[in-house]
Design a protein around this ligand. Structure first.
Ligand code: HAM
Length: 431
């Protein structure tokens, strides 16, 4: 027996019945993005590994443990290519923004993307190795504004609402400027240093490499310790505290409810000032539908101009679909199904198939290449959800006609082939 292949772990097939739902989700999201004047950008699905390391941070969980890197596979020379599948969209969009000199042409570039992302995580419900994000990035010179931060957050919330989701929670926080982040890191280390030995090895490693990661820890011991720290933003500059107050004020103006969560730091290094996460408790442990924030220094860090600021977010499409639950999947519909009742009529049916595809560009048309009884061909038409069938049988062949049957009403009419196109058009229109 030949080997049967299955999906790589942590990936999924999106079958035709689900693609309809994916398509309608994408359409609704596009409508919302259009309202906010975001324009689509498409970047490659792989980039230089170093781009991700420099932006997300060498010690971030994603770069340290989850990068799916490419190797060349000629037999004797398995060399590393220096390329990796993209684990997220932000770094690539910033790379493209700089490379294409968008900072010269426009004020604020409002960009969005859809597409697969790749992380070598341990798969579980809601956590895949290939998943899909829709993301937005608003990037521009001197563009930092609390109004923009709040608008981007509101967009994320409104996208989810437009998809019919309502039971999610928005958490927000501020990390302060890049300088404040340094102060915050020292503040944390000072308070954690005497108790760090009681935490797990992973937390101890985080303490040394990137202390913020301890705040993300799910370990009960670490959580208890963090609770006792009373994170109150006292370590931030006045400038950052004022900026944060303005973001909250702008969210209030937009009537977007939020929960302040001082321990929310996000796992990627590039964030400064505002960060946020939207979660849905019904999803279990992988409850983040999406997340984002401001990243003040990233454009400069990747070789762009110093004054370019940015803010954005990404939503996970698979998690949105999980949160939507068992939405009705509308079965695919076929407009016209052509059935020949004898081998001798197949040529004729085949010519008609192509003629119909020409004449009815809005309709889907298929034919059955296997001749069988009327009953079994009609059964097949039903399975395909055909709206109309065209039957070419003996009577039709003898009188150069075709029979059209409306599958939902049972109405049928035999039309002369000489005029059948116009007749057919009228029949389809009136049925
Ligand atoms: P992130 O928090 O790493 O942020 O991912 C955003 C969302 O992608 C998550 O909230 C989740 O819904 C989905 N996601 C992430 N990993 C997986 C996975 N393994 N399986 C399924 N879904 C997943 C970013 O990627 C940032 N680039 C967001 C951003 C844009 N910040 C600024 N601009």
């Amino acid at each position: 027996m030949n080997k049967k292949f299955s999906l790589p772990r942590g990936t999924s097939d999106i079958l035709p019945i689900d693609v309809t739902l994916w398509g309608s989700i994408e359409n609704l999201i596009r409508q919302k993005l259009n309202q906010y004047n975001y324009k689509e950008i498409r970047t490659p699905i792989f980039e230089e590994t170093e781009l991700f390391a420099r932006s997300m941070g060498q010690s971030s969980e994603v770069v340290a443990k989850q990068m799916l890197s490419l190797t060349r596979s000629d037999a004797d020379n398995k060399e590393k290519s220096g390329l990796s599948l993209r684990p997220e969209g932000t770094a690539a969009v910033v790379r493209s923004y700089i490379q294409n000199g968008m900072f010269k042409q426009e004020g604020l570039s409002r960009l969005f993307y859809f597409g697969p992302m790749f992380r070598g995580e341990r798969p579980q419900k809601g956590r895949l190795r290939q998943f899909h994000q829709m993301g937005v990035e608003a990037i521009g010179p001197n563009s930092a504004s609390p109004y923009l931060d709040a608008e981007v957050i509101a967009l994320a919330v409104n996208v989810l609402k437009s998809l019919g989701l309502n039971n999610f929670q928005l958490k927000i926080n501020t990390l302060g400027t890049a300088k404040d982040k340094g102060v915050f890191a020292r503040w944390l280390k000072e308070r954690l240093k005497d108790c760090i030995d009681h935490l797990s090895e992973a937390s101890q490693q985080s303490f040394h490499e990137n202390v913020f990661r301890i705040l993300d820890s799910k370990e009960p011991e670490a959580q208890k310790l963090i609770d006792s720290l009373h994170l109150d933003h006292s370590y931030l500059s006045d400038e950052s505290r004022t900026y944060y107050a303005q973001v909250k004020n702008a969210l209030d103006i937009l009537n977007v409810p939020y929960q302040e969560t001082p321990r929310l730091v996000r796992g990627l290094d590039y964030y400064t000032q505002t960060v946020f996460e939207i979660s849905d408790a019904s999803l279990g442990s992988q409850d983040a539908l999406g997340a984002g924030g401001r990243y003040g220094g990233l454009v400069q860090q990747l070789g762009g101009p110093e004054d370019v600021e940015a803010v954005g977010f990404a939503l996970g499409i698979e998690r949105i679909i999980l949160a939507l639950g068992d939405q009705e999947r509308s079965p695919s519909v076929l407009d016209i199904f052509i059935m020949a009742m004898e081998e001798g009529f197949l040529d004729h049916a085949y010519a008609l198939l192509h003629q119909l595809r020409d004449q009815f560009p809005q309709h889907s048309v298929e034919m059955n290449y296997n001749v069988s009884s009327m009953k079994s061909q009609l059964r097949l038409a039903n399975k395909k959800n055909a709206r109309f069938v065209l039957i070419i049988g003996k009577d039709e062949a003898e009188s150069n006609a075709v029979t059209v049957k409306n599958m939902s009403t049972g109405d049928q009419r035999t039309m002369s082939m000489d005029h059948h196109m116009q007749g057919l058009k009228d029949f389809l229109k009136n049925n």
